[in-house]
Write a protein that binds this ligand. Structure first.
Ligand code: 3PG
Length: 322
């Protein structure tokens, strides 16, 4: 029997499909410090970003043949070491782009209308100081339409972000390592044959930074020097809004706090943090940061698609009985 540990959980449909093929799927989370001691029981390991699979875990897993990362980032897995031991490592990069792109806009809309603060204040002050709050938030609100959105990284997620931005009437400026022209189909939902086709030209980071009102990062970040920090903030428009749904550290956290305090950066939307799962309190409490707990890929639709992709990968890899 094929034994699988889904240590960060997996969609119920994937479990059904795998169990129908007579695989055993364990979903009870094994804490990181105990993981190495159980891995010798498994042929396959399914993880999201929380479980780390480093040399220690791989050395303790003589029967492991495949690690499936349900999601995009492979930074929690020592891929080269696993492959050197003959273990296949595979991710599911296609299933969550829409979910991540929508979260980018959730943060942008929230910051543009101060929803993150008003949701904190309304329960305590909404009934007694409604008019005062209305006046306060009325002075701060702004629209997305007509604003310039810098999209840093123009892969699958960056392109989904661009589609939504174009649909909202934003001026989208994509950045890619290679400057190129790309035709984006923007489907108008419910009007299937009324897709817009937009040709976009990617530009350099230098060209984008001074133009953008919003900047969102969609470049894989695996540590080292931040993609955005003090040096880049100084080249941005004063009052820019930054969004990070990529990885903690892609924006330098201490330098972001300084830039928020000086007003160079107006606000930030953060889904990812350097110190996950215990982010710095000053980021979580900052009045000009909208925060979420790394939920970019966490929609019913995305996790459902990821689950099916995982089941397909494993069924193809191990085959079905009979
Ligand atoms: C990813 O890399 O796919 C995202 O960061 C989502 O990670 P998660 O599956 O741990 O939520």
């Amino acid at each position: 029997m094929i034994r699988i540990l889904a240590n960060d959980g997996v969609h119920a449909d994937a479990i059904t499909l795998l169990e129908e093929a007579e695989y055993q799927v364990d979903t009870e989370r094994v804490p990181q410090d105990k993981l190495a001691s159980v891995l010798n029981r498994y042929d396959a390991l399914i993880v999201r970003s929380a479980t780390k699979v480093r040399q220690q875990e791989i050395d303790a897993a003589p029967n492991l043949k495949i690690i499936v990362r349900g999601g995009v980032g492979l930074d929690n897995i020592d891929v080269a070491y696993a492959e050197s031991k003959g273990i296949k490592v595979i991710n599911t990069p296609r299933s969550s782009s829409q979910a991540v792109a929508e979260l980018v806009f959730a943060h942008m809309f929230s910051l543009a209308r101060q929803l993150h603060l008003s949701n904190r204040e309304m329960p305590t002050r909404g009934a007694t100081e409604f008019k005062k709050l209305k006046d306060h938030y009325s002075d701060l609100g702004f629209q997305l339409r007509g604003r310039t959105l810098g999209v840093l990284g123009f892969g699958r997620i960056g392109q989904e972000v661009a589609r939504i931005g174009l649909g909202l009437g934003m001026n989208v400026v994509p950045v890619d390592l290679v400057q190129r022209e790309l035709k984006l189909e923007v489907e108008l939902y419910k009007l299937q044959d009324a897709a817009l086709s937009v040709t976009m030209r990617t530009v350099s980071m230098e060209e984008m930074l001074p133009q953008a009102d919003f900047i969102t990062i969609h470049i894989p970040f695996t540590g080292g020097k931040s993609i955005l920090g003090k040096e880049q903030f100084e080249r941005m428009k004063k009052g820019v809004v930054l969004i990070n749904t990529s990885r903690g550290g892609a924006i330098n956290e201490p330098e972001l706090l300084e830039a928020l305090d000086s007003g160079r950066v107006m606000a930030a939307g953060l889904d990812v943090f350097v110190d996950e799962p215990m982010p710095r309190a000053d980021l979580l409490n900052h009045p000009r940061i909208s925060v979420t707990p790394h939920i970019g890929a966490s929609t019913v639709e995305a996790q459902g698609k990821i689950g099916l992709e995982i089941a397909d990968i494993l069924l193809e890899f191990f085959g079905t009985p009979g």
